[in-house]
Design a protein around this ligand. Structure first.
Ligand code: HEC
Ligand code: HEC
Ligand code: HEC
Ligand code: HEC
Length: 126
């Protein structure tokens, strides 16, 4: 009896998160909602049935290459606006860090560098 009850409870717990809509960033939700009012998961996850962390190439198809991103937050004379130190082109990793190390979609974004540093990026949309 108790075993069945536990199994039932577990089943509910497992089903519940899938049934509720995933949290999205406003800046993406707006542009990725289709006519039926549903978010186009495929914009980032492709056609994968089981959703995992999207590859940087998915982000880059809209935002440009990691070099383009680095330029956008580089020195003003390179056409960007100055962000110090440049998160998109760092001392240790250059432009190689996957976007999703810092920009999360379904939860609050974090800056990977700050596992070790205390850099402030007040303009970053969390
Ligand atoms: C279908 C195109 C598309 C894809 C795919 C996409 N984005 Fe975006 N993203 C946009 C648009 C459009 C905006 C809003 C305009 C802007 O600020 O660039 C935006 C906004 C953002 C912003 C906020 C920019 C700001 O103004 O601070 C971040 C950060 C971002 N995207 C990161 C990502 C990451 C990381 C991925 C991959 C997981 C991704 N995007 C995938 C189109 C896309
Ligand atoms: C090491 C952390 C980190 C990584 C990796 C990273 N970003 Fe960012 N990103 C930031 C921070 C911090 C900002 C806020 C910069 C600022 O203050 O304007 C930012 C800003 C942005 C913006 C807003 C543009 C702007 O001018 O501020 C976009 C769009 C964006 N990132 C997309 C990307 C994409 C696409 C990738 C992968 C190619 C990526 N980021 C990788 C930390 C990161
Ligand atoms: C703008 C890009 C984007 C869109 C659109 C998007 N996701 Fe994601 N998804 C991500 C990123 C980035 C991650 C990595 C974890 C995170 O950032 O929250 C992720 C991770 C996931 C995961 C794995 C959770 C984990 O932590 O391993 C699931 C499940 C998921 N997404 C479901 C969805 C569903 C369902 C939709 C459509 C309603 C959707 N996603 C739309 C970017 C996106
Ligand atoms: C695993 C820990 C770790 C991570 C993650 C990390 N750093 Fe560092 N970083 C260090 C260490 C250790 C030093 C050398 C000691 C020092 O000067 O702080 C350093 C030095 C630096 C320096 C020169 C000294 C300074 O503090 O100004 C810069 C700039 C820097 N890191 C930027 C970054 C950026 C940008 C990121 C994220 C893209 C990052 N780091 C991620 C550990 C890390």
């Amino acid at each position: 009896m108790f075993k069945t009850l536990n199994t039932l409870l577990l089943a509910c717990l497992l089903v519940a998160p899938a049934a509720s809509a995933v949290q999205m960033k406003d800046y993406h939700k707006e542009i990725m909602t289709n006519d039926n009012g549903k978010v186009e998961c495929a914009a980032c996850h492709g056609d994968a049935k089981r959703k995992t962390i999207p590859a940087a190439s998915q982000c880059e198809s809209c935002h440009g290459s990691s070099d383009d991103m680095a330029m956008q937050t580089a020195r003003p004379e390179d056409a960007g606006h100055d962000v110090e130190p440049n998160p998109h082109d760092s001392l240790h990793y250059g432009t190689d860090l996957p976007c999703t190390y810092c920009h999360q979609e379904h939860k609050e974004s974090t800056v990977y560098c700050n596992q070790c540093h205390e850099f402030e990026y007040p303009d970053m949309k969390r």
